[in-house]
Design a protein around this ligand. Structure first.
Ligand code: NAP
Length: 322
């Protein structure tokens, strides 16, 4: 089968399409024909060997996707050949076939197509836990959503709007600002002045929560935008990791709650995994949640997909279609 292989860490050019052996499912595993694999910043961090995501070469990147079960190992009762599933934790998803732990597979309902499932499962469950669990958004809360036209941002903006929040978004270009507005943002700011924009809109009070997936370049202003006893949720690092800082700043910023959550901890049980996924699929089927696919690439063009993701020019989800 065809797969993308990384023989040594480096830039997008190390993503090499190769012929490899098909894997065989072990106990509790599913072998799945990949219909679409999600392209995520996490895959860039794997490729570049950054932080907790570093993997030893040779490896096939990717972790997210959707497809059809071809075979299952012993002890799998919940799934059979032909079932449609989506996943966020299958290492090596940039391939025609991948192995998944059956406990990590999510059934895809008939009214959701596999490309949409692959496009929403990781960023959608992230947006779901950020808005419903890390800080559960209340009606009329003022919330800041950074990079609202990005993958997580676009979904989080729609979910925050469903929950009745007033959304102050950031975006880097007028086109992205328009996309954020269409998703439900009430105000859109640039990155240079967003803390003063938030103070003006909230008549000095600050935002109840700031959702920050940009990290390094936005963190100081995020802290300056939040209300006393509000929440700064740093869930990503699109611009780089937040620098170490003095914890006393949380006190002087208004006894602020700061969290650095990870999806894995919010889908740790099967009930939680299926609960979040089923909410998303239900919202998609009823038209409440729109999933935007920003680009489709064959495996041979994984290099270009990474270049585009990192270029900051894309909006919505990038998919590899094996
Ligand atoms: N903690 C978790 O559970 C979790 C789960 C999923 C993703 N994440 C992380 O969250 C972050 C965002 O992920 P995503 O999938 O939403 O990515 P994405 O779709 O590419 O969005 C990232 C956005 O960040 C903005 N940005 C600001 N500075 C940037 C820079 N220097 N380089 C590139 N983009 C920059 C861009 O929007 P503008 O051009 O409008 O600024 C870009 O669209 C990533 O760090 C990812 O690893 C964390």
């Amino acid at each position: 089968m065809r797969a993308v292989v990384v023989e040594k860490h480096g830039g997008p050019e190390v993503l090499t399409p190769s012929e490899v052996d098909s894997p065989t499912p072990g106990p509790g595993q599913l072998l799945v024909k990949v219909a679409a694999a999600g392209v995520n910043f996490m895959d860039v961090y794997q490729r570049e060997a950054i932080g907790r995501y570093a993997m030893a070469p040779p490896f096939t990147p990717g972790a997210e996707g959707a497809g059809t079960v071809i075979a299952s190992g012993s002890g799998v009762a919940e799934f059979a050949s032909g079932d449609r599933v989506a996943w966020v934790t299958a290492p090596g998803s940039y391939a025609e076939q991948v192995l998944i732990d059956a406990k990590q597979a999510v059934p895809v309902p008939p009214d959701v197509d596999l490309e949409t499932a692959a496009a929403v499962i990781l960023q959608g469950m992230t947006a779901h836990y950020l808005a419903l669990s890390t800080y559960p958004i209340q009606p009329r809360d003022f919330v800041v959503i950074h990079a609202a036209a990005g993958g997580v941002g676009l979904l989080l903006t729609q979910i925050a709007a469903m929950r009745g929040a007033t959304i102050i978004a950031t975006a880097s270009t007028p086109k992205k600002a328009e996309i954020a507005s269409q998703a439900g943002a009430h105000h859109v700011s640039d990155y240079q002045t967003f803390d003063s924009v938030v103070r003006e809109i909230t008549t000095g009070a600050g935002a109840r929560a700031v959702y920050d997936g940009v990290g390094k370049t936005t963190f100081d202003q995020s802290l300056a935008s939040v209300a006393p006893r509000g929440h700064v949720v740093v869930y990503g690092a699109a611009s780089g990791q937040v620098e170490p800082f003095d914890i006393e700043r949380l006190a002087s910023s208004g006894s602020v709650y700061l969290s650095r959550p990870l999806l894995g901890h919010y889908i740790a049980t099967r009930d939680e995994l299926l609960g979040r996924a089923n909410d998303l699929f239900g919202w998609i089927a009823s038209g409440k949640l729109k999933v935007s696919i920003g680009g489709r690439y064959p495996l041979e063009r994984a290099e270009q997909a990474h270049r585009d993701l990192q270029s900051r020019q894309t909006s919505g989800k990038l998919l590899l279609i094996p």
